[in-house]
Ligand binder design. Structure first.
Ligand code: ADP
Ligand code: MG
Length: 409
């Protein structure tokens, strides 16, 4: 048989493929002093599936990953990988016996070792011959595009190249579980996107079960088979990316996964099953009912950017009374227009002074223009206001854009 280019088939037989196992985490808890950082977190990941845990800074992501890796000892709960118990009660397998690999935000390469030596280090427990090790390391460095840089030291490599070395190091021993702690956060935007695509391909090719943590919702949605959202150490939603986007379990989840804006108002009836009509100071709209709404009860409407379409200028007021979608269009004024290459993002100030951000249109609408925005009820979520009040904002319906993760150029 001729040589092939993938490490999976060209690797010498001593590298038994890591068996891919299901990861089961049950009621994992961890406190630092009086602070409960993980609060009975439970989830499982099917063999070979990719779970992204998404949460703001301080929500416990790194602590959770360190517990999985065995660097941190949980106070309670259990972690199983396939048949093996990694942690439970008094059992606490040390990191090097868990047969997993971790990729860190800051690369964590040995500075005194070349790229090849760093990758080879991950094979040391397998005790390969020199030739076996060299072949696997070379194949793996090739696979991440660094075949020509094997003899360089970390300081002779860019950040992106260092992270590729770290990726090769994580993959070379073919662990059954791969852990990623915000591996793209230190990279520039274009590099981040390229490496994200490669991580998606290489991890799936490896067959490993993956837990990847990030605070970036776009990254989470792009990578995940399943997204878990962490809020102050609690897992508040665990579902496919589409479901998290289309049916966020709480206002927190909706806000953290990207909103154009928020409106407060009152429920005025249910035009269809699963919908609720909301009267707000900016106008009336139909939204998806998230929970039960009594008539005249306070509601908070959280609006996805994808639900907002810029329509033509508001015409004759008579249109508003006759058009079937009239209840779904609000009028406003363009407060900002930003060119985004594919088109323009607009900020629209509504009649009550609240704003919708990230309103996309292929054509530019100039600042100051009076416009009408159409709202798709599928992307407008009405939560009973008691569960929805954003911290620190009274009846103010300003979008909480500071809580929406933004791409830093
Ligand atoms: P994230 O990765 O989501 O930003 P972390 O897991 O790093 O969150 O931290 C969660 C919380 O636990 C934070 O409030 C942090 O200050 C606290 N924390 C993390 N590690 C320690 C530690 N070793 N000692 C005390 N507090 C810690
Ligand atoms: Mg962290």
């Amino acid at each position: 048989m001729t040589a092939t280019t993938t490490p999976a088939t060209s690797a010498p037989a001593t590298t038994a493929p890591g068996t891919t196992d299901a990861l089961v985490v049950e009621r994992l808890s961890k406190s630092f002093g009086a602070t409960r950082v993980l609060d009975e977190v439970s989830f499982s990941v099917e063999p070979g599936r990719f779970l992204v845990l998404l949460g703001p800074s301080g929500s416990g992501k790194t602590t959770l990953l360190r517990c999985l890796a065995g660097i941190e000892r949980a106070d309670g709960g259990g972690i199983r990988l396939g048949e093996r118990t990694l942690a439970e009660g008094r059992t606490h397998l040390p990191p090097d016996r868990r047969e997993l690999a971790m990729v860190f935000q800051d690369y964590a390469l040995w500075p005194h070792m070349t790229a090849a030596e760093n990758v080879a280090y991950a094979l040391r427990r397998r005790r390969p011959t020199k030739e076996q090790s060299a072949a696997q390391v070379a194949a793996c460095l090739d696979r991440v595009g660094l075949g020509a840089h094997a003899e360089r030291y970390p300081h002779q490599l860019s950040g992106g190249q260092q992270q590729r070395v770290a990726l090769a190091r994580a993959l070379v021993a073919r662990p059954g579980l791969l852990l990623f702690d915000e591996p793209l956060s230190n990279l520039d935007a274009d590099l981040r996107e390229r490496l994200r695509v490669e991580i998606a391909a290489l991890t799936r090719e490896s067959g490993a079960t993956v837990v990847y943590i990030t605070h970036d919702q776009a990254e989470a949605f792009a990578l995940a088979d399943t997204v878990g959202v962490l809020e102050q150490g609690r897992l508040v939603q665990l579902a496919g990316p589409e479901e998290v986007y289309q049916r966020p379990a709480s206002p927190f989840v909706a806000r953290f996964t990207g909103l154009a804006g928020e409106l407060t108002g009152r429920a005025t009836g249910a035009p269809h099953v699963g919908r609720v009509m909301c009267a707000t100071p900016a106008g009336s709209l139909v939204a998806t009912a998230m929970g039960a709404h009594d008539d005249d009860a306070a509601v908070q409407v959280l609006i996805r950017p994808a639900a907002v379409t810029l329509a033509e200028e508001p015409g004759d007021p008579a249109d508003g009374r006759t058009a079937p979608l009239a209840s779904q269009s609000l009028t406003g004024t363009v407060a900002d227009t930003a060119y985004r290459g594919r088109g323009y993002d607009h900020v629209v100030e509504l009649a009550d002074g609240s704003r919708l951000t990230g309103v996309f249109d292929r054509r530019a609408c100039p600042r100051g223009a009076r416009v009408r925005v159409t709202l798709d009820p599928d992307g407008c979520f009405a939560y009973p206001a008691s569960s929805a009040r954003p911290t620190g904002a009274g009846q103010d319906a300003a979008p909480l854009s500071d809580r929406t993760p933004v791409e830093v150029p």
